[in-house]
Design a protein around this ligand. Structure first.
Ligand SMILES: *Cc1c(COP(=O)(O)O)cnc(C)c1O
Length: 406
């Protein structure tokens, strides 16, 4: 954690908004449905460590990530919170999932068998050999109780999962019978094509669960819903929802009786200003030419920070409450804006809002995604680790995290 911002380009993240969003979602779905906030992709760009702290404070049931390393990053800081890896972990890496007490998603019998067998073969000495784990080694020993896993059941998305079939039900039954495995969860994922296809996926899912549970097993967590389905379709909430987007205030659901706010703003400061004469050009390939004497600002952010290089429509940034166009080809670390229209007020060092919440003439993440021609999740997931994150609570900076130097 640095004390100081080492770069003008930064993200501001309001942790109070994250906590409010979480609580509003919990109220909306009712206390009987648990929440596993999705913190993959560095918590959708917001910074996984800090966001995990906020959702744990808010009372989440477990945290969901996509990859083994995302799970390990969080486990090194948070010893106790259950962490579900929703993606595939290759067989030779399952030992790490076990040793960091991560809950692995499995979708073949062999994966479950390997994890079951690791129960006795993962020596605790292996855990202490990793010096970076010193502070958490106490809790990272050979598991004392069966190893928790969640089953991924494919109801039609055709990404990961046991394919919906009688044979799969039998294999899942065999997994349940393994002595060192606690098959505590089963989940699927909706393609959200339309109501008919949603219903078909749902009915496949509950039919499979009924068959499995009829043999005496009880899943503690049966889960299906992401952000959109968790808000719009109460029936699909089941025991737990896995919201990503809405936690950060990125709204694609249809219902209007829940009001969530965007937690993130992307900001920088002008690094250089210069007047160009008519006919002078800007950036690679000279795609932009001054049609008149023009004041051009250089801004110290580029596509390596996660700002898309290719837009379908011309992007703008906001300076002194005015939208000004970004001109020419965007570079890896910098870009240029035409600030001729605000020439009387603009100075080097002035604040620039790249993504705001839509207020005061800023571009919200929603608007940026439309300008690019993609979805909101992609815009935030692209925000790179090079950009320091500034965390706010009650309007004050509470911490700064710069992954490059912390
Ligand atoms: C990413 C992901 C989610 C969260 O998706 P949102 O649309 O951001 O809520 C939920 N479940 C799975 C399996 C995912 O991969």
């Amino acid at each position: 954690m640095t004390k100081e911002l080492y770069r003008d380009t930064h993200l501001e993240i309001d942790l109070d908004i994250i906590i409010h969003n979480f609580k509003k979602i919990q109220n909306y779905i009712g206390k009987d449905v648990k929440i596993a906030p999705v913190l993959k992709a560095n918590a959708y760009g917001h910074g996984a460590i800090a966001i995990a702290g906020a959702v744990i404070e808010a009372g989440c049931e477990m945290i969901a990530v996509a990859t083994l390393t995302e799970g390990i990053e969080l486990r090194k800081v948070y010893k106790d919170i259950p962490i579900l890896i929703m993606g595939h972990t290759p067989d030779h890496l399952l030992q790490h999932s076990v040793r960091y007490h991560l809950i692995q998603t499995i979708f073949t019998y062999e994966q479950g068998k390997l994890i079951n067998d690791l129960y006795t073969t993962t020596p605790s000495s292996e855990l202490t050999s990793d010096s970076t784990l010193k502070s958490t080694t106490d809790s990272l020993s050979t598991p004392a109780s069966p190893i928790k896993v969640h089953i991924k059941y494919d109801t039609g998305f055709n990404r990961l999962g046991f394919k919906d079939s009688a044979e799969s039900i039998q294999l899942i039954q065999k997994l349940i019978d393994l002595p060192h495995l606690d098959v505590e969860g089963i989940f699927s994922h909706l393609a959200l094509k339309d109501n008919v296809s949603n219903e078909l996926q749902y009915s496949k899912f509950i039919t499979a669960i009924k068959q499995i549970e009829s043999h005496g097993h009880h899943f503690k967590y049966k889960h299906l819903a992401d952000s959109i389905s968790g808000i719009d379709f109460p029936k699909y909430r089941m025991d737990m929802i896995r919201p990503g987007a809405i936690l950060y205030g990125l709204k694609s659901y249809k219902r209007s009786d829940i009001n969530l706010s965007q937690a993130l703003a992307f900001k920088t400061r002008i690094s250089h200003l210069k007047w160009l004469q008519k006919g002078e050009c800007v950036s690679y390939d000279y795609t932009w030419e001054a049609k008149q004497p023009s004041l051009i600002a250089t801004l110290p952010f580029g596509y390596a920070d996660g700002f898309p290089r290719v837009f379908k429509n011309q992007p703008t940034v906001t300076i002194w409450g005015h939208k000004v166009p970004i001109i020419g080809v965007k570079c890896m670390d910098q870009c240029m804006a035409d600030v001729t229209s605000i020439q009387d007020v603009v100075q080097v060092g002035d604040d620039v809002v790249i993504y705001g919440d839509g207020e005061n003439n800023t571009n919200s993440i929603q608007q940026i995604s439309e300008l690019v021609g993609t979805n909101k999740n992609e815009i935030v997931a692209r925000l790179s680790r090079r950009v320091p994150r500034v965390y706010m609570q009650q309007g004050q900076i509470t911490s700064i995290r710069d992954d490059l130097i912390d």
